[in-house]
Each structure stands twice: as C-alpha cells, then as structure tokens.
Design a protein around this ligand. Structure first.
Ligand code: AMP
Ligand code: GLY
Length: 420
C-alpha cells in the first residue's frame, strides 16, 4: 500500500515511525513532514490546505490511503474531498470533526444522548453569559466555542476571573472561535486521556495516557500543547475503561451515526475521573501530541491495518495488542514557549535511538545541512520501562544527552503516577 501522512509534528513522527514498520507498506509519503519524519518517509512539498492538490498527488502517485495527523485539515474538510475522489482516509469528515471544532456541538450531543459531562449553557452575547456566570458562581469554566489552539479555555476560580474571561472571548481574544462561548460547570477529579479507533459504527479502545499541560514543574504556569505524557494512565483501570466505553464512547458513536454524521478516525476523549465516575471534558478528533508518541511506543500490533480498518468500516475484523510497559515522553521546548521564543537555534547532538528509546522530532528543520529548532515544542524524548519510574529515568537520562542550548523541559513528567 502507498500511504500519505499529513502533518509535521512529534505526533506525525511517531505515526510515521510506526507505519514505516508495516510489512503492508510499499511507500510512505509525508507532507509537509520534518527532519525526523524524513528518516522514515519520503517528504513531499504539498500545500495541505489545497485539498485538490493533495488529491491530485495521490492519484498521480498511486496513493490509496491518507492518514491525517492534525485537526485543522479535518475541520477544513480534507477527508470529505479525498473520499469523494475514491481515496481511503483515516480521519473524520468535516461534519464529524465538529466534535473538536465546536465545543457547543459536543455539549449538545452529550445532552441529547445522556453522556456524562459538566452542566453548560451556550451564549452569543456577553451580557447573558455574565448573568449566567453570576447565577452559577465560581469555580466555573469559560470556553471559546471554536478552535483556539488550546488557549480558549479559562478555568476560573473566582467570579471576577470568569467575568473577565467572558469579556475576553467576546472582545475577540480568540478571533472567530470566541464568537460563541460555552459556560460549563467545574469538574473536580483526576484528568485522563482515552483513545479509541472508530469506523462510523463501532469503536475499538486503544489506550489511556496522561498529559502535562502546564509549562512548569508542579503543574504551574500557563497552558501549553502538552509538556510530556505517559501511558497507561493508572487512574484508567479496567473498570473505568469499561464504564468510559459504555457511558461515553459508545453513545457518542451511536449518536453521531443517528444524527447523520458517523465518526471515523481516532476519538480522543479528555476525561475527568470524578467521584461519580468518568465525565467528558472534551473530544479531539485526532491523536494527542505528545500522547500519540507514548501510545506508539507501547503498541505491539501493526498500525497500518488498524488505521485502514477504521477508515474502511472494518474495525470488527482487527484487534490491537499492547506491550505491558509504561512509555513516557518528555517535551524539550524552546526557551520562552508558550510565549515568544528564538527560532533557528542549533541542535548539535541527539542521543541514538534504541529499542526502548526514541527521540521524536516536533519543531525541527534542516538549515544549511544542520539541525535547528524552529518550533515551540521541538523534541519528544520517549522511553519505555517496566514501571513509570524506570521509563522516567530512561527518558531523562537520554534527554540530558541532547546538546541544544536554547531548550528547556519539565523535570517532573510522570509525578502523578509515581506519587500513587
Ligand atoms: P480543553 O482545552 O477543553 O482541553 O481544556 C483545557 C483544560 O481545562 C483541560 O485539560 C482541563 O484541565 C481544564 N478544564 C476544561 N473543562 C473543565 C471543566 N469543566 N472542569 C474542570 N477543568 C476543566
Ligand atoms: N496534548 C494535548 C493535545 O494534543 O490536545
């Protein structure tokens, strides 16, 4: 099979690395890719926002399967165009991608199908939203409806903070994403990420993970795209996974199909494990980054037939097996991230990969034959071990061998699992 992978981050490097090991693969192309992905795929220059050009590339090169990494092209409808042209796609339609593209859409789905989530209201004007916030009191959560690069959510511990967040949204702090606002009850508990493959009709549970969203040790400082992750998440016991499938994932898949937009691809449920059980915080319609990196390190099965089964409605015919190990990824980011940071700083040396260690590239580029950092999140040093402690030790030992002056990382990835 000839496959095209869309994307250029650490998540896509992990997908490319795993796909490239498949005996079913003839050629793996990646657009736009990065220097890490170049080690396991052929990079192609393609404007991924030009869906007709992506489709033409597939036709001209015999590509029959496209794997879409990030959410933006899905929300823009790339899967619809490619499917209309007869190409199998891993990733949901534009309509189904609303599960990530619109928080209000997901909340309404939860309400219709009795999926446990925080009580909420949707607003299009500030005065009504503020009145509701005053009525509910703090703590309370204010969310821009649309895609805001992970920045549209304020967990307000005081009423003043909540009212300011409502104003910010309607004042355009998140552009069009904030034209509508969701005000949601604060959920108290431990967060976990849970991933399932879906083919429109059914769901195959993959694995759980925990992310570290804040930039600083001890979960302090501003939110980021994720500074590190490990899998599995100890809070997601077998019983909790079973409840999540029955109470959250399966009603979602049935509801999406009943509503006329069946969901296929990977469903990434952001969960809060509360005293009552699992509740949905949000859905994403793609793998998490860096959660994907730890999932791929633990996956024993061939990834290609799994993704292809999700894309072609044949998930009942496949199963996934996992290594009984913990995988842990530490993100090395450019100093200043998630604020402004210097670009094109040289990365002089990286540790060698081994069976238990992989350095995924997220924001790197080649400049004049040398590797440089171009992004906020730059490298994902990922290791496996028999315990979280062992995986953590291995990841940090390798990370300390990276020679890059402008990098920083959290030193406590895995603290919650180790503290248990
Ligand atoms: P999101 O961008 O929706 O993932 O939200 C960012 C973060 O805000 C989540 O990872 C949670 O830590 C937090 N959050 C979102 N919604 C709630 C909620 N209803 N209650 C408590 N925390 C929340
Ligand atoms: N690491 C969180 C995300 O990918 O949304």
């Amino acid at each position: 099979m000839k496959v095209l992978l869309i994307g250029s981050g650490g998540r896509e490097h992990a997908l490319a690395w795993k796909l490239s090991q498949s005996p079913l693969l003839d050629t793996l192309y990646a657009a736009p890719g990065n220097p890490g992905i170049a080690g396991c795929a052929t990079l192609v220059t393609l404007d991924i926002d030009d869906h007709a050009a992506v489709s033409a590339f597939c036709r001209e090169n015999g590509v029959t399967f496209v794997v879409v990494g990030p959410e933006a092209p899905l929300v823009a409808g790339i899967a619809d165009r490619l499917r209309a042209d007869g190409i199998a796609v891993f990733g949901p339609s534009k309509e189904a991608a609303q599960l990530e593209g619109s928080k209000g859409f997901t909340k309404d789905l939860c309400a219709r199908y009795a999926i446990p989530t925080g009580a909420y209201r949707r607003f299009r004007d500030a005065a009504a939203a503020k009145a509701y916030v005053r009525e509910q009191g703090a703590p309370i959560v204010i969310k821009a409806d649309g895609l805001a690069a992970g920045k549209g959510v304020t967990v307000a511990m005081t009423l003043d903070e909540a009212l300011a967040a409502v104003e910010d949204c309607f004042d355009g702090a998140f552009g069009a994403a904030g034209a509508e606002v969701v005000v949601e009850a604060f959920l108290d508990g431990e967060e976990a990420s849970f991933f399932c493959l879906c083919d429109g009709k059914s769901a195959l549970p993959l694995a759980s993970a925990q992310d570290h969203k804040r930039v600083g040790d001890g979960d302090t400082g501003p939110n980021t795209g994720g500074m590190g992750a490990y899998s599995p998440a100890p809070v997601m016991t077998g019983a909790m996974v079973a409840r999540t499938m029955k109470e959250i994932i399966e009603p979602t898949i049935r509801g999406m199909a009943a509503d006329g937009h069946p969901f296929s691809g990977v469903l990434f449920a952001g969960l809060m494990i509360t005293a009552k059980g699992p509740e949905l915080i949000e859905y994403n319609v793609r793998f998490g980054d860096p959660e994907c990196q730890v999932l791929m390190m633990r996956l024993d099965s061939d990834l290609l037939p799994l993704l292809h089964a999700a894309a072609t409605g044949t998930l009942e015919q496949v199963s996934a097996s996992w290594r009984d190990e913990t995988a842990l990824a530490v993100v090395l980011a450019s100093k200043g991230y998630p604020g402004t940071y210097e670009k094109n700083t040289p990365i002089r040396s990286l540790p060698d990969d081994s069976g238990h260690l992989k350095v995924f590239h997220a924001g790197t580029a080649m400049k004049d034959g040398a590797l440089v950092a171009t992004g906020g999140r730059v490298l994902n040093v990922t290791a496996t071990g028999e315990t979280v402690e062992a995986a953590q030790r291995a990841a940090y030992a390798a990370l300390d061998r990276v020679e890059w002056d402008n990098g920083f990382c959290r030193r406590d990835i895995g603290w919650r699992a180790i503290g248990r």
